[in-house]
Write a protein that binds this ligand. Structure first.
Ligand code: NAD
Length: 562
């Protein structure tokens, strides 16, 4: 049984940060360090304003990172706040969890650290989780579909140089099938038999991979893909429907899988921990995302038929969803999927199929991506059509910039592509508002993506990113709901005047629009929001904001003023 006292997670992004926080939260006797080469990101993880928004994340991070300073038991006096250092590290009581009220374990020791000291943290860890980004390659062989393994490979080399002999290396990132083999070659010094030496190409032993190895050092490689969804990351991590651990079938491989499984068993029922061979685990992640995306493209393709025939796609979804073989999840027609994962993972599957000579299989999956783009473009075209085929001199408002609700993740956001299409039409203004995204971050991103320094309103362009929903909608010719935030859906009756910033404050009732038979109309609300703005709130109080000041944050806080 391998004892684990330190875990290092490389990559403090949307997966690494929340995953490490939940592991630390449930394993208070293990020190979890999250490292990233991006110093600004680490600074934000160490501040009150985390670099990403996920419901419940701030609370979990605060408890694990700050110990008892991060929370207070009900009725606990404030003066206990600084007393956590008095409690020995092992004092955590598993029966009562981190909220133990037993006399001698009142305080929780911080066990989650965010740091930019990558190699130092790797060298101290019993388990190294690699959770760095693996985007689609943008140039070279396989550009547009193969996975760009630059960041992953760089970390693998760091691990090969610095990890403790016998440390367990875990692929958390989504990687192409057979990556474990590549890591194994990079990190482990294996004694090659004369036969296997003969099988190597001449000169291969001197590849850069070998220069990272240390004689006699061997690591086990596990695949443990992450299935969390943006917007519900904490819920998904706290109550996963499965934990997948792929390992080699050797005794030491199985032992390593057991060691990792024990970390999860702190809060996940054993029956939900599935152990497979390492390549099945790698491929299962790609297949899971591809199948989910395929469902969205399937229902979206049906919505196009509905619009021409008078059938109602939501009624169809409801009817077919009753069949347990189909199920009722992921059947909502809309403007197509976004996010950093679906598209890249399908394309990775396409590349894998094509590189194995399975062109028909590749083409089949590629069609899912094509249908997604078709649906999004169909929506933009429909909006332009409804506005008399011209946007010249008009103001269009997009409510929602994140790729889905309850997240600040904007990667591959359909809203951005829609903005790009509208720009061609020369509108007076494209106003954008998002309750979770920081306006300054959105501005920087749009400028970078458009490669246009004059696209934003302050630089003379038409795109205005509003921190306030009322200003965004003021005098708009069309208001489009581009992200399904609940805020854009509920009734004015629910509005709570006494707490202008509470999430129960509501602005409008767009339900009549949601009930339109066509999914395209769902997103088209004309000059409606502003007329129902509650008196006295416009223009300064915005009930929707979720990213801005923490209670008690000083006005000089650099992150509040972002
Ligand atoms: P991300 O871009 O948010 O975070 C990756 C982090 O890794 C960045 O902060 C980057 O600075 C850091 N990094 C890159 N190279 C590094 C290096 N050499 N040393 C140290 N740090 C380095 O990415 P993400 O969304 O967290 O995704 C990570 C992986 O998880 C990807 O493979 C993705 O496919 C997979 N995944 C993502 C999600 C999701 O919802 N975002 C869900 C499941 C799986």
């Amino acid at each position: 049984k391998q004892y684990v006292s330190r875990i290092c997670c490389v990559g403090a992004g949307y997966v690494g940060g929340p995953t490490a926080a939940v592991i630390a939260y449930h394993n208070p006797d293990i020190l979890v360090t999250v490292v990233d080469k991006n110093e600004e990101r680490i600074r934000r993880w160490n501040s009150k304003h985390l670099p990403i928004y996920e419901p419940g994340l701030a609370e979990i991070v605060r408890i694990a990172r700050d110990g008892s300073k991060g929370f207070r038991l009900p009725n606990e006096p404030a003066e206990n706040d600084n007393a956590d250092s008095r409690t020995p590290h092992g004092a955590y009581n598993r029966r009562n969890g981190p909220y133990s009220t037993e006399k001698h374990v009142h305080y929780r020791i911080p066990n989650l650290i965010f740091s930019d000291k990558v190699s130092e943290s790797i060298s101290a860890a019993d388990i190294v989780l690699i959770a760095v980004n693996t985007p689609t390659k943008s140039r070279g062989v396989g550009a547009g579909s193969a996975t760009d393994m630059t960041a992953f490979e760089a970390v693998t080399k760091e691990v090969a140089r610095h990890a403790m002999p016998g440390a367990i290396i875990v692929e958390k990132s989504t990687v192409p099938c057979r990556t474990a083999e590549f890591i194994q070659k990079t990190v482990s010094w294996q004694l090659l038999s004369p036969k296997s030496l003969r099988e190597e190409e001449p000169g291969q032993l001197m590849t850069s991979q070998m220069t990272n190895q240390r004689p006699g050092v061997y690591f086990e490689i596990l695949s443990n893909p992450e299935f969390l969804s943006a917007g519900t990351a904490v819920k998904d991590l706290m109550h996963p429907d499965r934990i997948l651990i792929g390992s080699s079938k050797t005794p030491s491989g199985l032992r390593a899988a057991d060691t990792l499984a024990r970390i999860y068993e702190a809060w996940v029922p054993r029956s939900r921990i599935i152990k497979t061979n390492v390549y099945s685990s790698e491929l299962a992640k790609l297949v899971a995302n591809s199948m989910l995306a395929q469902r969205i493209s399937s229902i979206n393709s049906i919505s196009a038929i509905c619009e021409k025939t008078g059938a109602d796609v939501s009624e169809i979804a409801e009817s077919i969803g009753c069949d347990p073989r189909i199920g009722d999840k992921f059947l909502k027609a809309g403007i197509g999927f976004g996010g950093s994962c679906f598209k890249k993972d399908i394309l990775s599957l396409v590349y894998l199929a094509e590189s194995l000579g399975l062109d028909e299989v590749g083409e089949y999956w590629r069609q899912v991506v094509k249908m997604n783009e078709y649906q999004r473009d169909r929506f933009s075209r429909r909006v332009i059509q409804r506005l008399n085929n011209t946007l010249a001199g008009k103001k269009i408002t997009l409510l929602g910039y994140a790729f889905k609700a309850n997240t600040s993740d904007t990667r591959e956001s359909p809203a951005f592509e829609i903005i790009k299409t509208f720009l061609e039409e020369g509108p007076r203004q494209i106003a954008v508002y998002d309750p979770c995204c920081n306006p300054e971050v959105v501005k920087t991103e749009i400028k970078q993506l458009l490669k246009d320094r004059t696209a934003l309103e302050e630089d003379g362009g038409p795109i205005a990113i509003h921190p306030n929903v009322y200003n965004a909608c003021d005098h708009s010719d069309a208001i489009l709901i581009t992200t399904e935030f609940d805020e854009f859906r509920s009734t004015p009756a629910e509005s709570n005047e006494s707490h202008p910033s509470s999430q129960s404050s509501r602005l409008v009732d767009p339900r009549p629009f949601y009930d339109q038979p066509s999914p395209m109309d769902i997103f088209l609300l004309q000059k409606y929001l502003l007329s129902t703005a509650p008196a006295g709130r416009y223009p300064n109080d915005d009930p929707f904001k979720r990213y801005l000041p923490e209670p008690g944050c000083p006005s000089s806080c650099p992150d509040c003023s972002l």
